[in-house]
Design a protein around this ligand. Structure first.
Ligand SMILES: [Fe+2]
Ligand SMILES: [Fe+2]
Length: 250
């Protein structure tokens, strides 16, 4: 840990590990572990959500000798094998959060995949056909999961980890027609009730790297293709530094 008693997190999303990725991610993970106390993965860990891809990923992750915390992304659900993906990650020591929370060096991490639905006044409402109501309900359930994860944390410093974006600013750069499929303001609501130090997400590969919630919390889009394009001189992850948490009393 850094001498200032800060905790350093390396964050990246949208690794999209394939069966052919063996050997190509080790360097990235080893470098992240050298520069940070823990690694945070913001979903789309695999390309098709296959167990074989996950096996490749955990082999690559063995190069990172620091705690790893992850959420799944939509790609990790593609083959209907998300339970196997989670199990393989779990057996390799990766904490996969799906509406749960954990603590790393005294910093609380709340994680959820999230969902789509649009932003602000354009957020899709639960109205009309049953299918639309089911779609909106999925976003509401993900927001509730995030809220309950945040509510469990008693640490003074917290990080919210998700795949979909809670704000419009970090999907800017994508075609406007798909904004509503890249995240939803419904994920921002819990962050207004339970403020965090930083929000990390992925999914919007062509979005923007930084934005802020309505209560001024920094939001970082750490999709790997976006980081590589925006900061070609840097390693493809973002370092977040958070003061070491002091346990709350009372
Ligand atoms: Fe992705
Ligand atoms: Fe995605």
């Amino acid at each position: 840990m850094s001498p200032q008693e800060n905790v350093r997190f390396a964050a990246v999303g949208d690794i999209h590990c394939t069966k052919e990725s063996g050997g190509s991610l080790r360097g990235l993970f080893a470098q992240a572990a050298q520069m940070a106390d823990a690694l945070l993965l913001c979903g789309d860990l695999t390309d098709y959500g296959l167990p074989e891809e996950t096996e490749v990923l955990v082999e690559e992750l063995s190069a990172a000798r620091v705690p790893v915390v992850a959420v799944l992304g939509n790609h990790d659900y593609e083959s209907g094998r998300e339970e196997d993906v989670c199990r393989i990650l779990h057996e390799a020591g990766v904490r996969v959060l799906d509406g749960e929370a954990c603590e790393i060096h005294g910093v609380g991490i709340a994680g959820v995949k999230g969902f789509a639905g649009g932003f602000g006044r354009r957020t899709l409402g639960a109205w009309g056909e049953k299918t639309i109501k089911q779609f909106v309900n999925e976003a509401i359930q993900e927001a509730l999961k995030l809220e309950s994860a945040l509510a469990k944390l008693r640490t003074s410093e917290r990080i919210a980890l998700m795949h979909y974006s809670p704000i419009e600013a970090t999907v800017q750069g994508e075609p406007v027609e798909i904004f509503s499929f890249l995240g939803t303001s419904r994920l921002e609501d819990p962050l207004l009730r339970y403020p965090v130090s930083a929000v990390l997400h992925g999914h919007a590969h062509r979005g923007s790297p930084e934005g802020r919630t309505a209560n001024n919390i920094p939001v970082y889009n750490v999709a790997k293709p976006l980081l590589q394009r925006t900061y070609p001189e840097r390693p493809p992850f973002r370092i977040i530094e958070v003061p070491k948490s002091v346990p709350e009393t009372g």
